[in-house]
Design a protein around this ligand. Sequence first.
Ligand code: ADP
Ligand code: MG
Length: 322
Amino acid sequence: MALTEFGLIDRFFAGQPLINACSRLGIGDDCALIEVPDGCELAVTTDTMVENVHFFSDADPECLGHKLLAVNLSDLASMGARPCAATLALTLPSVDAAWLEGFSSGFIHLARRFSVDLIGGDTTSGALVLTVQAMGLVPKDMALRRASARVGDLVYITGDLGDAGLGLKVAQGLVSDAPEAVLQRLHRPEPRVAAGLTLRNLASACIDVSDGLVSDLGHLLRASGVGASIDWDRLPFSRAVADYITRTGDWQMPLTAGDDYELCFTIPPERENLLQERLHSLHCTCRKIGCIEVSQGLRVTKAGREVQITVPGFEHFTMAAR
Ligand code: ADP
Ligand code: MG
């Protein structure tokens, strides 16, 4: 029997117990209710994924469910917020139970791992568009912002750069000899939530890298009214990305490809020791790649020489679908 809108919500999304004390009312009424504890602020973010823009039509629905939530949790992580709740707006061309089964299980599995309550949403018919709004709590005035990097601060990046970009090349059939792990990085990004929480008291500014380091660090620099130099030779690459660069000479890829979902943050030099002490609580590696300078713009040096970036990062309305 065909599922109705309400049958679909009940079967795939409702019925998860609420786990956070701040989630006062979940799915089923006209609004959900969230209680923001004294001394906290609610961080709110939305990200949409559109078929043939953010994912291919044959994408694994379980990965889509994971990635849709993960990219939103990455935004919370970059602000130092602890995820607590999310709403999910689905526009579906048809009710495909097998697709919904996969999508909801990818979504709900990641939600449980990060203690996120699914507290509401909307379900409509139309071209496939997936939207999540995620919410998180952060102690008042403690959120990590883009606009507060200072001259002399050091620039750091979590994890490795370029794996998702390489994964996209594999998915597009442009590269054939890369390990499966790079496709995982593309399809199942791991939001750096623990790192964001640890960096609350340490970083001066932070942004998540969704559209490539050059583009996203550029946003942080402009917001802060400063510039930076980064050293290409310090950038963290997986073996797969290092091999790809050696083979192809394409050294710009890990600077400009999207979907890394690592955190790029700045830290005053006097707090570097504290960062070293707390490295284990980041739950990922992190690497110093440069420093903040007075002179506006981003300079990249490679083998001691300044190099020019000629490939733009991803931007909607100016580039073809990825
Ligand atoms: P309304 O018409 O009052 O906006 P809906 O009929 O759209 O409410 O939704 C009924 C309930 O189901 C609401 O609590 C809404 O938040 C929830 N809901 C609808 N779609 C989804 C979804 N895709 N995921 C989670 N909850 C949903
Ligand atoms: Mg509605």
